[in-house]
Design a protein around this ligand. Sequence first.
Ligand code: UD1
Length: 444
Amino acid sequence: MHNQSLLIAQSPPLEGTAELTGAKNAVLVIMASLILTKGKSILSNVPFSSDVRNVMTLLQNLGAEVKYAPDLQTLCVDTSPINDWRVNHEMMKRMRASILVMGPLLARFGQAEIALPGGCVIGSRPIDLHLRNFVKMGVRIIESGDTLSASVTRFNAKKIILDYPSVGATENIMMLATCAPGTTKIINAALEPEVLDLIKVLKKMGAHIQVVAPATIEIEGVKELKPIEHAIINDRLEAGALLLATAITGGNIVLPQAPAFAMDVFLQKLQQMGHKVEVGDNDVGVTLRATKDPKAVSFKTGPHPQFPTDLQAPMMAAQCVADGTSVIEETVFENRLMHVRELQKMGAEVKVIHDQKVVVTGVEQLYGTSVIASDIRASCALMLAGLVAQGTTIMTGVHHWQRGYDALEKKLKILGAQVKMVDGQNFSVQDKRLFFGYESSVKD
Ligand code: UD1
């Protein structure tokens, strides 16, 4: 629903324990991978975010039977009835991740028809690495208008060298290669934790896949893949959001399921800010006790295991109220700083050096105002800033928040955050008081 707003009031230090949901970036591609099989698969730990609902509809449109059990967070997908390889244009426009069905459809039907994808507006986000390497594997692609028709009758093997370790291209090529005769090697592959979760799933299906250091994935094609059961890896980005919400408000949190093994650089940055971070046994679970005087840290995003681009905006929000100066460089996307203007509106001191680099000087106080979320992770940054801003922050563009997170605002609320999802977009000071009560620190 596009006509909602998030109201965020200055909140006390967050305190408590929170459960995580499965990773959006793993579940979307794993749902797409089920097209490779014929039969009933069961996925658990599935977040019910709007992107997940979109892929459910996409699979249903292709003919699959899809059922979600909200109490169990379990998704059952029967892919036997899939009989179409043409993806509804509206679906593709709604979500860039729809491109991830192209490899599986080609593997199953030898053809696929898709439209050029939509999604978050964070840079030009081309799909050339997907398409160019499909062609290298023997796929013919005809582009007419914004429709791509792809078909393959004979595969050519197969050393695929990625110019950049693209997550989506790695996943798409790997899924097609699972059923292509011979061995495919993807050199300079992305090895994000979500890619590794997909590899786990494909192996359960019966695929022959090996990861070879430093960053090669070798796939030996098999004739057939079988349905699976799988619990989706916990979301390191939701964990990051909860840790930062606790850090920025000066609280304490325990995340027993946090995949610390996939969060090293980020957790180290939190420690360098002065927060106390403890990791559980086997690198799972994180406890954070926030310092009241966080120090600014600089960081630069990059492919895993470097600092994740999806935590750049949220981490920037934390730097806005830290002591000192932080240099932040975004190297993964060329236009992922749209949150900067909104943070500036709240009183943040952020100087843009160029499209991919900013310098943040921490301020004593941010101030609540009306802000617009431009993408999923920008919405997270604005939420975090809102938690410490004086007064009330009114965030629109909330559909981005809902695309990426499964009711995270409710988890934050349980931890003590003053957050409310409301219908409508225009609120007066009076309304905000009604939402939060007169005791809240509304001073507009
Ligand atoms: C995935 C994640 C997204 C995350 C990103 C990087 C999902 C659903 N989304 O997106 O949350 O921010 O990884 O970790 O898993 N590129 C090209 N040509 C291509 C493909 C990508 O130039 O064909 C460029 C992109 O424009 C971008 C960079 O490569 O600058 C990384 O993109 P990529 O790793 O492909 O991200 P996604 O798979 O789209």
